[in-house]
Design a protein. Structure first.
Length: 386
């Protein structure tokens, strides 16, 4: 069955509710915990561990956006589900630093509880005629299989746990893809304004975590010229990352999503649920890099910290390119050039002091913002004169 087109949950002008904003707060904490996990082990294995946890945190948040999007704003069921899962995800967040040690079972069980609450919320939306039960049952089977592997892996150690958790993430993410595109297309009517706003808010959550990382690292240093310079340039990079999303791509993507008609669900799933993970991962990795830069100041960064600082921004920009290409068909040439420049900075910046490295990266992002602002201005002028 297809979602009812006249359902209240499908209203185009629906916006984020206060209970959803409250629910988001626990994800601020969860993302902070992922950053701390990566900072404690800045190695390839540490990156794998932290990205697995981030993928799970992101998918839980994104899944609830879809289910809440299929509910009415004043739904009592939605409030109960969000508040209940808020407690569970907070406990899961407490366990994140030890998720690959003794806290694995606590993380896995509470996280699985969050995902089961999500399925119950979606089932309620289906009962009300706002979502397709056939589609929900299809990816619900993948959720249950993935959570079974997650819990089983939490009682094992080392590489076996990592392998089972990787399989759990792969199965969970592949769940919607197991549906035919036609069945997924009929999942629900998407309330576009609410949907785009929710994902924009998560980007702000992650950018806010970067600013917190800068501030926490600065607390342990004497307030001198190098520290002030590093902090200022780090904040300017964060502002630039904010601009590239909200100043350019966010509004265009929302307008594009409104024009997709019967392909709205497919475009929303591809562009927001999947491709936004690249943006979130990039910001999270950058937050770790800027934290080390503030701590080291005039000293050259280690290769791992330098890669986090430069590679995180590059990953974020490449995510932008993919998102824009999927939503609007536009290839972000400026962002590709800026991503390449940050990777070159990593490759040839080994001898630079930390604050100098951050300053050069800030200059790259400033040039990107200037180029994009010029493109936006030219576009407005073109529309006025046409």
């Amino acid at each position: 069955m297809s979602a009812a087109s006249g359902a209240e949950a499908g209203s185009e002008e629906r916006r984020t509710t206060p209970v959803e904003l409250l629910w988001d707060l626990v994800f601020v904490y969860a993302v902070t915990q992922v950053t701390a996990l990566l900072a404690s082990d800045l190695s390839w294995s540490g990156l794998l561990h932290s990205m697995l946890i981030l993928a799970l945190v992101w998918w839980a948040w994104s899944a609830f956006v879809w289910a809440a999007n299929a509910q009415a704003e004043d739904s009592a069921t939605m409030r109960v589900a969000l508040l209940g899962s808020l407690v569970l995800i907070f406990v899961a967040g407490l366990a994140i630093p030890g998720a690959f040690d003794g806290k694995g079972p606590l993380f896995a069980i509470t996280y699985a509880g969050v995902r089961l609450v999500h399925l119950a919320l979606y089932a309620d939306a289906s009962r009300k005629g706002n979502a397709s039960w056939e589609a929900i049952a299809g990816f619900g089977a993948a959720v249950i299989a993935g959570m079974a592997l997650l819990i089983a892996g939490s009682f094992l150690d080392g590489a076996t746990r990592v392998a089972l958790w990787t399989a759990a993430v792969a199965i969970d993410y592949a769940g919607p893809a197991w549906l035919t595109r036609e069945r997924l297309r009929g999942l629900q009517d998407v309330a576009v304004a609410h949907f785009a706003e929710r994902y924009g808010l998560f980007i702000i959550i992650c950018l806010g975590e970067s600013i917190i990382a800068i501030g926490l690292a600065a607390n342990h240093r004497a307030l001198g010229a190098e520290l002030i310079a590093t902090v200022v340039f780090g904040v300017l990079i964060t502002i630039g990352l904010w601009w590239t999303y909200f100043g350019v791509v966010a509004e265009d993507a929302e307008h594009s999503l409104r024009r997709k008609n019967r392909d709205t669900v497919l475009a929303a799933a591809d562009g927001y649920s999947y491709m936004h993970l690249l943006l979130v991962a990039g910001i999270t990795i950058f937050a770790v890099g800027i934290r080390f830069a503030v701590e080291d100041l005039g000293d050259p960064l280690s290769a791992a910290a330098r890669l986090a600082l430069c590679g995180g921004v590059a990953l974020y920009l490449l995510g932008h390119v993919a998102f824009g290409l999927r939503m609007s068909g536009d290839l972000g040439i400026e962002e590709l050039i800026a991503a390449a420049a940050t990777l070159l900075l990593f490759a040839f910046g080994a001898a630079l002091g930390a604050w100098t490295l951050v300053a050069v990266e800030a200059a790259i992002i400033a040039l990107l913002c200037a180029a994009e602002s010029g493109s936006v201005l030219l576009g407005h002028v073109g529309r006025l004169t046409s």
